[in-house]
Design a protein around this ligand. Structure first.
Ligand code: ADP
Ligand code: MG
Length: 255
């Protein structure tokens, strides 16, 4: 399988902290790829570099055969790379449905007809379809700020799907989410993947990652220390060393 997304030797420092140190990650088209590693290993920074929120000091980002290193978040998004944030970025004082309309306004999707009013019937229909799909349509009229943490994560997923990106980067989608919503989330990701969507997922919940991902890359101190299918990565001594030794601490983080 060819790589839809590839980072090559990415380096990124913040002051004296080398967040990424020659980070090379490949995401095969049509795959669900996991990115795991201890807190502070550079996972979110890699997402930020890929999606144009952080500019790398060195290295390249390739997407669908084109070099997109240093592109703005808007351009990366328009090219088909959607993402969610570790701490959700939905608008708490808008309703769930209004959040989805904002997403439609920001998406360069096919519904963007210059003569159509954003938030018109087509946008609303599509928004409600996606909310049905993620299981939170019953909350469409509620203020997003009143949703449970897990429901907010599902709204974030719905939000990013509005633009129908080819690849979705999820930053800790299951963190702080209750087990029944986690199962629902995993099920939806599998269905979207079966329909052809590619995923790159950062997550500490090992059961979730092992169940969902075809391929896993393990990051430690900004470098990939192991890659492979879940069964192989799970037993890799470097992974046990770098990651699983800290798994108990990670469980306690709020996000
Ligand atoms: P992860 O997502 O794997 O927990 P991050 O990518 O968030 O790790 O962070 C990697 C390292 O870079 C950490 O040491 C973190 O403190 C540092 N870092 C990340 N973003 C910034 C920033 N904007 N300014 C300063 N340091 C940062
Ligand atoms: Mg992070």
């Amino acid at each position: 399988m060819s790589a839809l997304l590839r980072t090559e030797d990415i380096c990124k420092a913040f002051g004296g902290v080398q967040a990424l140190d020659g980070c090379t990650v490949e995401v095969a088209e049509g795959s669900i790829t996991g990115l795991i590693g201890p807190n502070g290993s550079g996972k979110t920074t890699l997402f930020n570099v890929i999606t144009g929120y952080d500019r790398p000091d060195a290295g390249e980002v390739w997407y669908s055969g084109a070099k997109i290193t240093g592109s703005s978040p808007q351009r990366v998004f328009a090219a088909g790379i959607g993402r969610t944030f570790q701490l959700t970025r939905i608008f708490p004082r808008l309703t769930v449905l209004e959040n989805m309309i904002v997403a439609a306004q920001h998406s360069g999707g096919e519904l963007r007809n210059p003569f159509a009013r954003a938030g018109g019937p087509a946008d609303r229909r599509r928004a409600m379809e996606l909310l049905e799909f993620t299981g939170i349509a019953g909350h469409a009229g509620k203020l997003a700020g009143t949703l449970s943490y897990g429901q907010r994560k599902l709204l974030e997923l719905s939000y990013v799907l509005v633009a129908d990106p080819a690849i979705v980067l999820l930053d800790e989608p299951a963190g702080g989410v209750n087990p029944s919503l986690i199962n629902q989330l995993a099920q939806r990701i599998k269905e979207l993947n079966a329909d052809g969507k590619t995923f790159l997922i950062v997550e500490h919940n090992m059961e979730f990652v092992m169940d969902l991902c075809h391929h896993i890359a393990v990051l430690d101190s900004g470098t990939v220390v192991a890659t492979g299918p879940p069964a192989a990565v799970r037993n890799d001594p470097r992974v046990l060393d770098a990651y699983l030794g800290t798994a108990e601490d990670d469980d306690e983080q709020a996000s």
